[in-house]
Write a protein that binds this ligand. Sequence first.
Ligand SMILES: C[S@@+](CC[C@H](N)C(=O)[O-])C[C@H]1O[C@@H](n2cnc3c(N)ncnc32)[C@H](O)[C@@H]1O
Length: 271
Amino acid sequence: MAIGRPKRVGVVVYRGSLGQRLNAWRKRSPLNPYWLDWSKLRRSVEDLSEHASGVLLDVGVSEGPYRSLFEAKVERYVGLEYPPSILDKQPELWSILDRAKQSVDVFGDGNLLPFATDAFDTVLSTEVLEHLPDPARCVNEMARVLRPGGKLLLTVPFSQPLHELPSDYYRFTPSSLEHIVRGAGLEVGSIEPRGNFASALGAMQSQWLLRSFGAKSRQSDGSVILSRWRSTLLLPVTACVQVGFHLMSKWTNDTTVCHGWTVVAHKPVDA
Ligand SMILES: C[S@@+](CC[C@H](N)C(=O)[O-])C[C@H]1O[C@@H](n2cnc3c(N)ncnc32)[C@H](O)[C@@H]1O
């Protein structure tokens, strides 16, 4: 089957208004209550991108937050999304659907990938495995579509509030990840923590403050609808909490609690 869209030949950079640019800057600063979590994940995925090559499959691509990061390193980037989970979003979340649709190249199920064996040089999947009732089945499929010598790049959460309910089944440890990845016939290169006890605690505190004092209602999928004024008033508080714990994270190497885990594995060349 034909996979992926033609490679882009040019990129138009839209700079937006001053307000939009300020908002984009705020999202990348501690004034974003999710900054600690987001920045650790972003850094991990940047590190993972160094391992990418050839034709890459992103399983559970959603809005494709890392597409531009990887497109610079690979020949072709193929984003796969699972129709039931993306199309069954609550109506109030449908505004993101158009963006998600634009980033999806193929609709399919991670448990039964619609690709030939050995089709990809790299398989990437970020923050998806916790949403599958049988994550090992999906990793087996990822291993199948990888060519011998190809790399599997994963991120999974460890300390994260429940999200995308009811499809939030697991949190992972290095041992469970090693078990699943080896069980799929792959060799584990590294399993690294994302952040440490202090940064994860800061991220959780910031989210707890926002959810407890900045929200006007809770959604059935685990997310909250924020009160505009209360959540804005909380921003300096969540910023201070995050910066404080970020600084404390420099003085600890305890990773028995962390934001999540990053896995690099490869398919043996003689597989
Ligand atoms: C937390 S989101 C992560 C999205 C994106 N990878 C990221 O890092 O922002 C989990 C994603 O997994 C997708 N997903 C859930 N079940 C899936 C399945 N069986 N096959 C492929 N993707 C699935 C969901 O549609 C959703 O986009």
